[in-house]
Write a protein that binds this ligand. Structure first.
Ligand SMILES: C[S@@+](CC[C@H](N)C(=O)[O-])C[C@H]1O[C@@H](n2cnc3c(N)ncnc32)[C@H](O)[C@@H]1O
Length: 564
């Protein structure tokens, strides 16, 4: 299993859970991972007719899920043990959920699900297991277990569980979005990850089909069936010490990014449990934390977003321009000292992707930018083979890591940051345009599925834009506020300011006044001419706000030059 499946971690500071025997389970979530529009219905022969229970009415709850009332007694019979006496299954705005059926105190254990009733790859029927290649991943094996069991009719081992799993029309993971819908999130990396995920599911399905075809009852399983089962696994399974497991009942709990409750695994007692992180009154929904997941992961793997997700992140890409005369040398250095700069199939590639998270500190000061990103930018800004070999030597002298320290040449260091700012500003403009265009996208049908997905797209894009804004605020912008006159030449002190902390001002360089604004090959776009005019004996200076290569700045310019 690729390591990124383990990326989502449980909250760090949950003092309640200090027992050493217990392991916190993490969700399988991956920020990468297909295509087809499907319809998948678990056969209704599994819709066991449960008797209506008066439990919820007695507790004053109106969230009764009739089909689910008998679920817990069924699971407890199967487990031969009590699983929970304080929880009931009910309906929430986000589908099935668990609710307190009596007062719960913080620290109470609210459920215990024995390993014996959890679904793991060990539950594959031996005759199917024997036909599956060793290369089949655990997610696919679990999906096959669900699909096979669904076909087993009265012999099904998990019938009541399987008929609680989401059906095609209820799933909003982007792998089920139409091309039209996906277009709304083209700006986000989730777009490509969705395509990758769909391609992966197709490939995984092709790998299990030969085994399924050996059984007449299983022959009819389609790719779309497989996709739904695959989604059930990605949205419900936990990484446990014994591998990936579906934990019935526990997986009825919805996600709350600030909850401190997670699923714990007690290997000695061979059970999973959940401890309440706060007090709950009867009828309150119990929420747990699936991990520190950004909306991108929630959308792809779970089919929902949070309106404000503190774990949002965004990908930015830098590349060594092909016309850079030092292209090969830079590439070689980066690949040598930052080996991850290879593409998935090991070819050399001259670009890399960096994940930026939100910088929430009011001072900013660049904490949110990955060191590797700054390092990449520093290498990109080198102008000579000598500078590159200086960087290589410095890395060898320190800890082997390339360009982790600010460049000695402060102008060059500043240029590296300006390059990052320009990249981020450019990306922000694209996000801004994508968000504005969402308002103009017409619903292709009257169903509210589209409205829901559009809202998810909006949550995703606004979250990622927020992250970009926070990153741009911690990169310096140039301001020219000190002007010193020396005979006819004006010396302008360029100052570095951070939008996140305007009091943090650092001199960058003192330059002579530019004779005009066409000093670079690329024209400078004038944004405003400040009314503030600085008069000297012979000339007048005006403050000019400009944009050049996506970077905005302000400098004092000769008024007469500006009036040309
Ligand atoms: C592990 S299941 C939880 C039980 C699920 N509600 C059900 O009906 O079976 C995860 C799914 O619940 C829904 N969900 C969980 N937390 C949510 C939240 N905070 N907002 C919206 N949907 C959520 C999503 O559909 C997700 O794929």
């Amino acid at each position: 299993m690729p390591p990124h499946f383990l990326a989502s971690c449980a909250p760090e500071n949950n003092d309640v859970f200090t027992t050493t025997m217990l392991h916190g389970g993490s969700r399988i979530s991956k920020l990468l991972q297909s295509r087809i529009s499907l319809s998948f219905n678990f056969p209704h022969r599994f819709l066991f007719k449960f008797e209506f229970s008066s439990l919820f009415q007695a507790k004053g709850l109106n969230t009764l899920d009739e089909e689910s009332v008998e679920f817990l007694p069924w699971l407890e019979r199967k487990a031969g043990a009590k699983i929970s006496s304080v929880l009931s299954i009910g309906k929430s705005p986000h589908g099935r959920s668990l609710f307190a059926s009596e007062n719960i105190q913080s620290g109470d254990c609210i459920l215990k699900v024995p390993y014996s009733v959890q679904i793991t790859p060990d539950n594959l029927l031996p005759k199917i297991k024997a036909l599956l290649s060793d290369k089949i991943e655990t997610i696919s094996k679990l999906a096959v277990i669900l699909l096979v069991d669904q076909k087993m009719d009265q012999d099904s081992r998990w019938g009541p569980y399987i008929c609680c799993l989401p059906q095609h029309g209820e799933i909003h993971s982007t792998i089920f979005w139409s091309e039209y819908e996906l277009d709304m999130i083209r700006q986000s990396s989730v777009y490509q990850e969705t395509l990758n995920q769909k391609a992966k599911i197709e490939k995984d399905f092709a790998a299990v089909v030969p085994a399924l075809q050996q059984f007449p009852d299983l022959e009819s399983i389609t790719l779309q069936d497989f996709m739904c089962a695959y989604f059930s696994v990605t949205s419900r399974a936990w990484e446990s010490p014994k591998g990936l497991s579906l934990i019935p009942f526990t997986d009825f709990m919805n996600h709350d990014g600030v909850s401190k409750s997670i699923v714990l695994f007690d290997d000695d007692k061979k059970l999973s449990e959940v401890i309440a992180d706060r007090n709950y009154a009867p009828g309150e929904e119990i929420l747990i934390n699936y991990g520190k997941l950004p909306n991108a992961s929630l959308l792809l793997d779970f089919g929902f977003t949070l309106p404000y997700n503190i774990h949002d992140q965004v990908e930015i890409q830098l590349n060594i321009p092909y016309d850079d005369i030092l292209h090969e040398k830079k590439l070689e250095l980066l690949q040598h000292l930052m080996p991850k700069i290879k593409d998935a199939i090991g070819r050399n590639c001259s670009e890399d992707t960096f994940i930026i998270k939100e910088v929430r500190s009011p001072q900013g000061k660049g904490k949110g930018l990955p060191q590797a990103l700054r390092a990449f930018a520093r290498v990109l800004c080198c102008n000579s083979p000598q500078e590159l070999s200086d960087l290589a030597m410095e890395a060898a002298r320190i800890d082997g890591r390339l360009a982790r320290r600010p460049l000695k040449d402060s102008q060059r260091e500043f240029k590296a940051h300006q390059m990052l700012l320009s990249n981020i500003t450019n990306s922000m403009q694209k996000y801004d345009a994508a968000i504005k265009s969402l308002a103009l996208v017409n619903s292709p049908s009257t169903s509210n599925t589209f409205a829901l997905r559009r809202q998810m797209a909006l949550d995703l894009l606004t979250g990622e834009l927020r992250v970009l804004r926070s990153a741009s605020a911690c990169l310096p912008v140039v301001d020219a506020t000190r002007v010193r006159e020396d005979s006819d030449i004006f010396h302008v002190s360029m100052l570095r300011r951070y939008r996140s902390d305007p009091t943090h001002v650092m001199p960058v360089e003192e330059i002579e006044l530019y004779p005009d604004l066409s000093y670079e090959e690329e024209p400078v776009e004038i944004l405003t001419l400040d009314s503030k005019v600085l008069r000297s004996r012979t000339i007048e200076l005006v403050k000019v706000k400009w944009r050049h290569r996506g970077v905005e700045g302000a400098t004092w310019e000769r008024k007469e030059d500006m009036m040309k």
